[in-house]
Design a protein around this ligand. Structure first.
Ligand SMILES: *Cc1c(COP(=O)(O)O)cnc(C)c1O
Length: 226
């Protein structure tokens, strides 16, 4: 199947209101262009360097989503080009993004990444850290960061039950915080969860944004990636 057909097939399975971020990491610009020609505008990259390489080669109306771990020293470089950062996992990073966004007179949409998997290899805030960050009034003080929701990655496992439980947990955290912050954070509406192997489950559990790579672009070959 072609990239256009893959996009169509994934899109057909998404309810209205669920956004598809096409995760193009490791794939060449030609593949992104093919997706773009089929109408795709939101692309996800996990590395700042790779995003910066591809950005000038793609049309200006592409929405770049940074989905991988972001180091504070790379914030300045990438900020002018990102539509959304999905992977904010510390107060320090939030403050850096706020400061750098102010320099370029932008407001940047960010998601707080929550650690929901049982593996300890994945980044993200613990439930406790998340609650503390949301509760202490800090987010409302940031002028150039808009925290628009949460992001999480489920465990890499064949157990559907495990994955569902993790998504359900994130959804309930999201619902709780959304309700608490209805008045001071009215833009807190996005829940980024679901990848190629679990996006249908994620949608069933309330995802509003899925980040799908290999189902659209094929398997990644890390050995030849730049
Ligand atoms: C690579 C990646 C994805 C997409 O993974 P696929 O299994 O190829 O769909 C989604 N989210 C993040 C954070 C990723 O790094």
């Amino acid at each position: 199947m072609s990239i256009a057909q893959n996009l169509e097939a994934v899109g057909r399975q998404l309810p209205n209101g669920v956004q598809l971020v096409a995760v193009s990491k490791t794939h060449p610009v030609e593949a992104l262009q093919e997706a773009y020609n089929a109408g795709q505008r939101a692309f996800g990259e996990n590395k700042v360097q790779e995003l910066l390489q591809k950005q000038p080669l793609m049309p200006a109306d592409v929405e770049w989503h940074l989905i991988g771990h972001l180091q504070t020293n790379k914030v300045r470089q990438v900020l002018p080009y990102v539509r959304m950062i999905h992977s904010v996992d510390s107060q320090r990073l939030l403050e850096t993004i706020d400061r750098e966004a102010q320099r370029i007179n932008r407001v940047v949409d960010c998601l707080l990444q929550v650690h929901i998997a049982c593996e300890d290899t994945k980044f993200g805030l613990s439930d406790q850290e998340l609650r503390r960050l949301m509760d202490d009034g800090l987010l409302a003080q940031l002028r150039n960061v808009r925290v628009v929701g949460l992001m999480g990655m489920a465990s890499f496992t064949d157990s559907q039950e495990q994955v569902r439980t993790e998504f359900r947990h994130l959804r309930s955290l999201f619902a709780e915080l959304r309700q608490q912050h209805e008045s001071d954070m009215p833009h807190f509406t996005e829940l980024s969860m679901g990848m190629s192997h679990d996006f249908l489950l994620a949608v069933e559990e309330g995802s509003t944004m899925v980040r799908v790579g290999s189902l659209i672009f094929g398997v990644r070959n890390y050995s030849t990636a730049s």
